[in-house]
Design a protein around this ligand. Structure first.
Ligand SMILES: [Zn+2]
Ligand SMILES: [Zn+2]
Length: 238
């Protein structure tokens, strides 16, 4: 089959690593463009919406897709071994690693000790979670494995902006405190709404997250001042 050998001798470690590297690069690049195509109106409405039923994916959501998407995105996976065929062991290792990578990316866990943290330009769960969170209108984070394609073609702007806004909001809460937090927040949001390349739902997320944080702070403050929980007081009033 396409030059994949099954006989002895077994491939050296160097050969396996080099071929796996090539397979990952080819898969990532081809998958990026096919995934981007699936986000056009036709591609999304006919095929890709199935995979996006999960707005906060779990490991099982990795292969969950329309049958045509499974076939289409199989092409990038087989293109590497077809271009640079090696030993059957390398081929199966590649298929296993590609699935493990995809499950990790959809797992929802961005664990600090995962070995993939040491891979340069690796996307991971947080990166792909953003793509699922924004959903159909998403023009961000198309790549399957690495982050460099999105960076080169400018399709990580929404994601980077969201990270920036979240960081500034966190720092703003820390430095300005509860009293001034509101005005600082509104200027950030105004800036966000006037920026280009920002997904609308990212702003919604910022507002919702901020509102939750504010409510928590207000409840804490109320309890400190009145020695009674806000929920309890509201229940008494109504
Ligand atoms: Zn997608
Ligand atoms: Zn996905």
């Amino acid at each position: 089959m396409i030059g994949i050998r099954t006989s002895l001798p077994l491939p050296s470690l160097g050969e396996i690593v080099a071929q796996l590297f090539v397979y990952f690069i080819i898969e990532d690049y081809t998958n990026y463009w096919m995934h981007r195509f699936l986000h056009c109106k036709w591609g999304y409405e006919k095929i890709h919406w199935v995979h996006h039923e999960y707005t906060a994916p779990i490991g099982y959501a990795a292969p969950y897709a329309h049958w045509l998407e499974v076939l289409l995105l199989g092409i990038p996976s087989f293109l590497g071994p077809a271009t640079a065929p090696g030993h059957m062991i390398t081929f199966w290792l590649w298929i296993a690693l590609r699935h493990i990578e995809s499950i990790e990316t959809h797992s929802g866990y961005d664990l600090p000790w995962t070995p993939t943290k040491f891979i340069p330009f690796y996307g991971g769960a947080e990166y792909h979670d953003y793509h699922h969170y924004v959903g159909g209108q998403s023009q961000s984070n198309f790549a399957s494995v690495f982050t460099y394609c999105d960076y080169i073609y400018g399709t990580d702007k929404g994601y980077r902006y969201q990270k920036k806004v979240m960081k500034e909001l966190k720092d703003g809460v820390k430095s300005t405190g509860l009293q001034n937090g509101g005005s600082h927040n509104s200027s950030l949001l105004r800036e966000a709404l006037h920026s280009h390349g920002v997904d609308e739902s990212v702003i919604t997320q910022v507002i919702v997250t901020r509102a939750e944080k504010d409510l928590k702070d207000i409840k804490k403050l109320y309890y400190k001042r009145n020695s009674e929980t806000l929920d309890h007081a509201v229940a008494k009033e109504t």
